[in-house]
Structure formats: C-alpha cells, structure tokens
Design a protein around this ligand. Structure first.
Ligand SMILES: [Zn+2]
Length: 135
C-alpha cells in the first residue's frame, strides 16, 4: 500500500494503544496485514513523490499529538523505506528484507480504481478515528 496509508493506519493504532513501543511494533505488524490486502501501488517516481508529500503533510499534522501516535505512524510506514530506496537508487531492484516485500509473504495487487479505493477507505477510517474524541 501507499506509505501514507500505512502511516495513517499506524497513527490510529498508536492512538488506540497509547504506548510508544507497542504503537511502533503494532504499526510494523499492520504493514504486513495491509500489504496482504489487495491494493494498488505506485509504479514510478511521480507516485513516490506525491505519496511523500501526503505523508510529510501528515507528519506536520500529527506533531502536536501525543508521541505514541507518531511512533505508531513511523512503525506503519518505516518498512516502505526499503521500497523507496530500491526505486530511487537501484532501479526497483534493490535488496528487500520485509516479508511482504521480499516474497516471503504475499503482497497482493489490485488494479485501479478498486486498488486505490480500498486504500482510500482504510485511510479515511484511520483519519476519522484520529479525529474522534475517545472517551
Ligand atoms: Zn509495504
């Protein structure tokens, strides 16, 4: 999935658990689950650039929130750093170690528009949860 989708989901998990380390670890775990759900992925530098802008805007948005929200978000998006490095420095053929990137676990693809819509639904759910006041 897009790094911004992983980031938003990890942030929502951070809000749910309220602990930096648990948020970070569950954020990484959520990356595996989201990568297994069929989805669209960008195929070039323009997609990476747009996704980086969206993720950067979300970092700025989340900075005033408690730290466990940002730790969850970082854990959620961090595994995609190896994908970005692979695209930018190895013409997509760099080494990949994360289970859904290396082929150890399935990384399912879904064409547009459904592969985008499934991510929009995940991200919208995460953002609604982040904005909601939890009693
Ligand atoms: Zn990934």
């Amino acid at each position: 999935m897009y790094a911004s989708t992983h980031f938003a989901t990890g942030a929502a998990i951070g809000k749910m658990v309220g602990s930096n380390w648990l948020a970070f670890l569950l954020g990484i775990l959520s990356h595996i689950i989201l990568d297994i759900i069929p989805h669209h992925d960008y195929r070039g530098r323009r997609g990476i650039f747009l996704d980086t802008l969206v993720t950067g805007a979300m970092v700025l948005w989340l900075l005033p929130y408690p730290s466990y929200i940002l730790w969850g978000a970082i854990g959620g998006a961090l595994p995609d750093l190896e994908v970005v490095i692979s695209y930018l420095f190895f013409k997509k053929k760099g080494p990949r170690f994360f289970p859904t990137h290396s082929g150890m676990l399935p990384h399912r693809y879904w064409n547009l528009p459904y592969g985008f819509l499934v991510q929009a639904g995940v991200m919208l759910t995460a953002i609604i949860f982040l904005l909601a006041k939890v009693a």
